[in-house]
Design a protein around this ligand. Structure first.
Ligand code: ATP
Ligand code: MG
Length: 180
């Protein structure tokens, strides 16, 4: 499994549709300060289901929508698509290529799609959590995050181990069932 492409439309500073294609191996994104490198990483987290505005370096969720510049008016929606090569079947879905799309409107509405079919956020989370990518999976290691692993309390350390062992998903499902 590898990430093939990421398309941003109206996401943060990427007002026009912009596609980044990734080959197997290492990809480096370089550019001057403020040119949007971290926004690309934010788009990756966001399309994989991130729900915390702070993790996306914003104050509120709609801060991911292009806010406008002097020459360009704000947009009403942000959209990010992530295409994953699944020819090895790492994702539990019968497609050799999987495109996840997340859309958010300024009025607060949002939409999730797997290969163009509308689905729930939960479907994203379940699809990704088995594969070791996705939300809270430490696939994206931010500044200062290594420190938090080293200084975690016993419960925090347990959560890392549960995640690595793949039981976190089942615990979340259990908690959800108990809440009903
Ligand atoms: P550095 O090298 O300093 O880390 P960077 O390349 O990571 O820089 P980013 O943090 O990705 O830069 O981009 C910051 C830019 O994105 C800022 O100019 C900011 O105004 C712009 N930006 C962030 N959110 C939005 C938004 N919703 N609408 C328009 N522009 C935005
Ligand atoms: Mg940055």
């Amino acid at each position: 499994m590898h990430l093939k492409a990421l398309t941003l439309r109206g996401f943060k500073s990427f007002a026009s549709a912009t596609t980044l294609r990734f080959e197997p191996g290492i990809t480096c994104v370089v550019g001057p300060n403020g040119s949007g490198k971290s926004n690309v990483v934010d788009a990756l987290s966001w399309v994989m289901g991130e729900q915390g505005a702070k993790s996306l370096r914003g104050g509120k969720m709609e801060d991911v929508i292009f806010a406008g510049t002097t020459g360009r008016p704000p947009l009403g929606r942000a959209e990010v698509s992530l295409t994953i090569d699944n020819s090895d079947g790492a994702l539990p879905i019968e497609y050799a290529e999987v495109t996840l799309t997340r859309i958010m409107f300024r009025n607060g509405g949002s939409e999730y799609q797997i290969n163009g079919d509308t689905c729930r956020l939960l479907d994203f989370q379940e699809l990704l959590s088995d594969s070791g990518i996705g939300r809270e999976m430490h696939v994206i290691v931010g500044q200062g995050q290594l420190d938090s692993v080293l200084h975690a309390d016993p419960m925090g350390r347990r959560a890392f181990i549960e995640e690595a062992a793949g039981v976190l998903k089942h615990r979340k499902r259990k908690e959800k069932a108990l809440r009903k």
